[in-house]
Design a protein around this ligand. Structure first.
Ligand code: DSN
Length: 422
């Protein structure tokens, strides 16, 4: 019986692999690893422990991970032009928790993006931040819902004196006003944290804002969205060494014990790929998102933020209330192997949570499989046929996707044993 269950689970894993290879994968928080990075998921590191820092471990047997961990930190410092990197958090939420545990005290006011405004669950009362304070106020947004209302924000920061403001979000179409907010915050002693989970790859690829140089104290992020790594977290900063020691303690032992060496080894490999291909990749992700916004608009969809050119990031937001709402439309698309997620839009009340008006569409994964602007037009046309015309497009989707199976912006086509890449 146990073996049957084992075999059945193997079958489910295989089906998942095959299914998602046939789909148009458009979830903005997902990406794929290259074949070579994926292949090391079964290395010996998945069995091992290595608490502490390279060279100062609590466990023996860590000589190779010490080397790998030191190198990935060195490469990340170059990519983000920063003084400190913390690579031990095993997720973005884990990175946030490490920071909140050190910079937020019980009862402190913290300002963050609301859920309909795009804020992440870890910035919420019910999430990681809520473990440290319940006194969380929303960053005020302008009428269009996708930009900060700076006058209102200034008034709120001056009158409530937050300990921390968390910029960055999950529905993330445009850069945050980091410089303007940091200038206001510096007078009030408020620390600016930028959650770059969604846009880490765009920042590393130099195609989005640079939060540290614009005034943010810290960046937290996950590493598997626009940054095409394994599912982990990272913290980066230029803060002084004494303050960084708090972050260090927040990461370990504060929010982790072992730090999952198997995915850390993958992180090191994908970081080598990012150093080489990241700028071209980030560039194409954003071109594709803009092209998708334009094409969906032409096909008759109500695309958000039209007055601002739809997007400056990897995402496009679409209001599908007229087509039955986000839950209905995302189900319909999934039946046709187009995978994305329903999403609340900024003007919506929280009670809409289960059937919001919006869809969030992301271009990172299909860009990594080599799709460009013409392919975005085809995706928009398929979505129109499915959602607006009520046609079944699954076969066409599968046929289309069959031509995009090789992970680009990677060393997959190179022989690592022969490489003399400088
Ligand atoms: N909330 C996830 C998303 O943006 O899809 C990320 O954790």
């Amino acid at each position: 019986m146990n073996y049957q269950e084992f075999a059945r689970t193997i079958g489910l894993i295989k089906e998942q692999d095959e299914w998602r290879d046939r789909c148009l994968n458009l979830i903005a928080s997902e990406n794929v690893q290259s074949k070579k990075v994926r292949a090391v998921a079964g290395s010996d590191f998945v069995h091992r422990y290595a608490e502490g820092h390279p060279g100062e471990r609590y466990y023996k047997g860590t000589r190779y991970i010490d080397d790998i961990e030191s190198n990935v930190k060195r490469d990340l410092k170059k990519l983000f032009n920063c003084k400190h990197t913390e690579v031990r958090p095993i997720s973005g939420t884990n990175s946030n928790e490490a920071i909140f545990s050190k910079f937020v005290n019980a009862g402190d006011v913290v300002m963050a993006n609301s859920t309909p405004g795009g804020g992440h669950i870890s910035h919420h009362r019910m999430g990681a931040l809520g473990k440290f304070t319940k006194n969380i106020i929303d960053i005020p947004l302008s009428e269009d819902g996708y930009h900060v209302d700076l006058d209102k924000a200034k008034f709120l920061i001056q009158s409530t004196k937050p300990a921390v403001i968390v910029l960055g979000k999950s529905l993330f179409l445009f850069p945050e006003p980091v410089k303007e907010i940091s200038d206001i915050c510096s007078e009030e002693g408020t620390r600016v944290i930028y959650d770059a989970a969604h846009v880490l790859g765009l920042i590393a690829g130099k195609r989005f804002q640079d939060p540290l140089s614009e005034g943010a104290l810290l960046i937290t992020a996950s590493t598997h969205k626009t940054y095409f790594g394994p599912q982990r977290g990272v913290i980066i900063s230029n803060m002084d060494d004494a303050l960084w020691r708090k972050v260090d303690r927040g990461a370990f032992p504060g929010s982790s014990s072992n730090h999952h060496l198997g995915t850390l080894a993958q992180m090191a490999l994908c970081t080598c790929e990012f150093v080489k291909f990241g700028e071209a990749y980030a560039d194409q992700i954003i071109r594709n998102a803009k092209a998708l916004g334009v094409a969906l608009d032409k096909q008759g969809f109500t695309v958000e933020a039209k007055a601002f050119g739809f997007t400056e990031s990897h995402q496009v937001a679409v209001n599908v209330k007229a087509h039955g709402g986000g839950s209905h439309v995302s189900n319909l698309l999934e039946e046709n192997d187009i995978i994305l997620n329903m999403n609340m839009l900024p003007h919506e009340p929280l009670k809409n949570h289960d059937n919001p008006e919006g869809l969030r569409i992301g271009t990172p994964e299909m860009t990594r499989f080599g799709m460009k602007e013409p392919e975005m037009e085809r995706i928009a046309a398929l979505m129109k046929e499915c959602v607006i015309d009520g046609k079944t497009v699954k076969d066409e989707v599968n046929k289309f996707r069959a031509d995009y199976q090789v992970v680009k912006y990677s060393f997959d086509e190179e022989d690592a044993s022969l490489s003399s890449d400088p």
